[in-house]
Design a protein around this ligand. Sequence first.
Ligand code: FAD
Ligand code: SAM
Length: 634
Amino acid sequence: MSTEENSWSFTEDGTLYSQKFEDTYFMEGCGLEESREIFVKGNRIAERLEQENQLVIGETGFGTGLNFLAAWDTWRQSSQTCRLIFFTCELYPLEQELQRQALEPYGEVAELAKILLERLPKAKQGFHLLDFEEGKVQLLLMFGDVKETFSECSLRADAWFLDGFAPSGNPEMWNDDVFRLLANHSREGTTLATFTAAGFVRRGLMQAGFAMEKVPGFAGKRHRLNGKFEPGTRRFAKLELPWYVHKQQVPQLKPLIIGAGIAGTSLAREFSKKGIASQILDLSSQVAQGASGNRRGMIMPLFTQHGNHQEMLTVCGAEYSLRLLQDLGIESEPQVYELDDNCENSQLYANAEQRHGSAYVHREEKFPFAKQALYMQQSAVINPVEVCEAFLRDSQAQLIQADVVDIQREGEVWQVELADGQSLSTDTLIIAAGTETRALIEKIYGESILKLSSLRGQVAHIKGEELSAFTDLPNMYGEKYLLRDGEDFLLGATYQEDDEDTSLRANDFAELAKALKDLLPDLEGELEFTEGRTAFRCKSKDYLPVVGPMPDLEYFQQTYGGNKRTHAASRLPEAEYMPGLFVASGFGSRGFTTAPLCARMLVEEIVHGHSFFPNDFRRHLHPAKFTIRELRRS
Ligand SMILES: Cc1cc2nc3c(=O)[nH]c(=O)nc-3n(C[C@H](O)[C@H](O)[C@H](O)COP(=O)(O)OP(=O)(O)OC[C@H]3O[C@@H](n4cnc5c(N)ncnc54)[C@H](O)[C@@H]3O)c2cc1C
Ligand SMILES: C[S@@+](CC[C@H](N)C(=O)[O-])C[C@H]1O[C@@H](n2cnc3c(N)ncnc32)[C@H](O)[C@@H]1O
């Protein structure tokens, strides 16, 4: 539900009030004390931060973020040795200004609130992983209904903050389905705290496996509840389908990454954030010499008629990429406008605006270069080479010029054979080789299991003076795109399937020139381009990237093929993967929007054994997706 469907006000003492729920977000005048007393103390967070290496807190209802700030503040007061992960859901996200006002009364956490507000996503949909304190404090913010978001989440909580509005007015947050989900996402001994003492909440949580106790309420209230998960003989819920279960594999040797494009450099950077130094192998001694090497590229979401996985991946990916640019001080030009000259997309644009809110995306009718255009708040134009260079620098990974010609499994390691006869070995190998990923995977499997193909694209470089008649040209994207490149411009791009010609072709330049004439009809004279670049996008059959562990095909066929396909998933054993072999490719035309976020997902999965991506997303990107679909269908 969008923010327009809800409305808010403030009580006299400045506490946020929801008109829809007819309830305040906290007890009037003492929100921070309440949060500390009920949730932080109720779960013994301060003590546990000193005892554990990692503490996972789950919350129902992010609201203003004050509970998160109280937990983070407790971490700040601790010895700071424990990694704090806070995951939470929110169906009615607040606009940033409202959230700022709502947090204003809590001066004690003002510094943290400022940092939080600066990092919060502009999108009000999707899942967003925010890092604080150099990644030692992480917030996973999932926009959506509690049931929908938690059902797809693969994290288990060590402590719960149950904080919907009062149960009588907010039944969607307090019911048996939600209590079951809380149990599914708990471990033995997971604690729970809430402000309410409602009888049906206590009984429902007990039914789900929590031992509950009534304790004195906060600020004069009679009671509230604390609990502890004691599953007894209950079986722990499985949070993922058996064929997608992949266990943590902390690298013991330096990970090897094949490919120094946006995928490879993002992976190296993410490994370094975990304190793991990696090596990148590339045909070139410099980064971004393949698809990632154009002079300019766009970061922007792709909106679809009804919103699908591609839309959500690009919405969340754009947020993640733009945050990284900001963190690393990389310059970008704001805003790309999507053009629609024939008004064919009016409905799509209206749907996107309805889903995401008009501040984030809206249709502009009076746009000088098309009948209508789409304004996208979270879009930017970057210099891709600069971005990859900055990621490599930040990762401190070693870039080795090498042509990988073969990959073999030798005992416990992967042996990577190079064209010059040398070889390198590792226990963690990630193939991020763009269009060459397909050939390298074929060397290991003897067949192509990832359904990757190549799409040629040519761009033209245009000198600024050639377009000097037009002042202040915006960055525009339609059938073709025109991007500012300092004083000059980049005009792109052509699309040709399975065409391996690396030369610059006159035909392609003519196609681009015609597109520019259509865009700028007042442009005088004949256009002739001679400067440009050709590169190859790697796309998968379903237009989504392939990122994750590579399946052990023989095991998959024996375990999930044949008559096993009719068995209920819960009766089948968990998957086996090729140990330490991963892939990150198929980013199509959106690598700068999606590869950094996907790299984060993969490195979290390798190092910590959880991905942060909702399960259904992870499955849509999974390298085993095509294999599993075929086995379950055949
Ligand atoms: C014309 C064009 C315009 C585009 N515009 C945009 C845009 O505006 N926005 C956007 O987000 N995306 C855009 N894209 C898509 C984007 O460029 C790609 O999605 C992205 O660059 C893919 O990155 P990658 O790291 O997967 O692959 P690449 O950048 O291709 O990197 C793969 C690397 O692997 C190396 N390699 C391959 N084989 C071997 C081997 N055997 N041994 C060692 N190294 C090897 C290569 O040298 C290469 O450096 C565009 C693509 C094209 C072609
Ligand atoms: C009492 S407030 C939470 C306050 C919050 N923990 C904080 O620190 O500001 C309850 C929150 O639950 C959210 N909420 C209500 N129903 C929901 C649902 N079905 N799914 C997800 N969130 C919901 C509300 O929008 C509100 O932000």
